[in-house]
Design a protein around this ligand. Structure first.
Ligand code: MN
Length: 199
C-alpha cells in the first residue's frame, strides 16, 4: 500500500509564492487521488504494491499490460509529487553547491540562463506535464519536459529537480500566467535537497 507522504512544512508555508489554497487542493486532493488510484490499480498485485514507487516507475515497461497505464499515470503522479514537495522549502537563502553551480555554468552558460531555459521548457509544455533538470546516461545535465505524469527515470535519467506545470499547480493563484508561476517558484526551491540529489 502506498501512502501520502507527510508534507515537510505547513500548507501556508510557501506563501506568497504558492498559496495555501493551491496546496490544500494540490497536496491533499490531487496527490491523495493519485495514491488512492495507484492502490486500487495494484489491489490484485500485492507484491508490486510493496515495492518502492521509484522501482515501479523505473521498470514501468516490465509491468503487466493490464496495470501499466494506471501505474504510469497514478504511480507517476505519486512519485512526481513526492519529489516535488521535498524540492520546496519556506526557508529562503539556499543555493546550488559549488559543484552543481560549476556544472550549471558549464552546461547552460550561467545560472540565469539555466533558469531561463528551464522556465522556457516549462512554458512550452503544451497541456499538462513537468519540466525537469536531470542527469543523462553520461552524467551530463539536461533540461527536459514530460507530458502528464511521466517521469524521466523511466528513460534512464536521474532526477535533480522538477517543477509541476499542470494548471492545478498554479491556476487558482496565477490564472493563465504560467510564466509568472515558473519565475516565482525559484523562491521556494530547496537547494539542500537538490544538491544532495546531484551528489
Ligand atoms: Mn500536480
Amino acid at each position: 500500500m502506498f501512502k501520502l507522504p507527510s508534507l515537510p512544512y505547513a500548507l501556508d508555508a510557501l506563501e506568497p509564492h504558492i498559496s495555501k489554497e493551491i496546496m490544500e487542493l494540490h497536496y491533499v486532493k490531487h496527490h491523495g487521488s493519485y495514491v488512492d488510484n495507484l492502490n486500487k490499480a495494484l489491489q490484485d498485485h500485492p507484491k508490486l504494491a510493496e515495492k518502492p514507487i521509484e522501482e515501479l516507475i523505473k521498470n514501468l515497461n516490465d509491468l503487466p499490460e493490464t496495470i501499466k497505464t494506471a501505474v504510469r499515470n497514478h504511480g507517476g503522479g505519486h512519485l512526481n509529487h513526492s519529489l516535488f514537495w521535498e524540492s520546496m522549502t519556506p526557508h529562503v537563502g539556499g543555493s546550488p553547491s559549488l559543484a552543481l553551480a560549476k556544472t550549471i555554468e558549464e552546461t547552460f552558460g550561467s545560472f540565469e540562463q539555466f533558469k531561463n531555459t528551464f522556465n522556457d521548457a516549462g512554458l512550452k509544455r503544451f497541456g499538462s506535464g513537468w519540466v525537469w533538470l536531470v542527469q543523462n546516461h553520461q552524467g551530463d545535465l539536461e533540461i527536459i519536459s514530460t507530458a502528464n505524469q511521466d517521469n524521466p527515470i523511466t528513460d534512464g535519467y536521474k532526477i535533480i529537480l522538477g517543477n509541476d506545470v499542470w494548471e492545478h499547480a498554479y491556476y487558482l493563484q496565477y490564472k493563465n500566467l504560467r510564466a509568472e508561476y515558473l519565475k516565482n517558484w525559484w523562491n521556494v526551491v530547496n537547494w539542500e535537497i537538490v544538491n544532495k540529489r546531484y551528489n
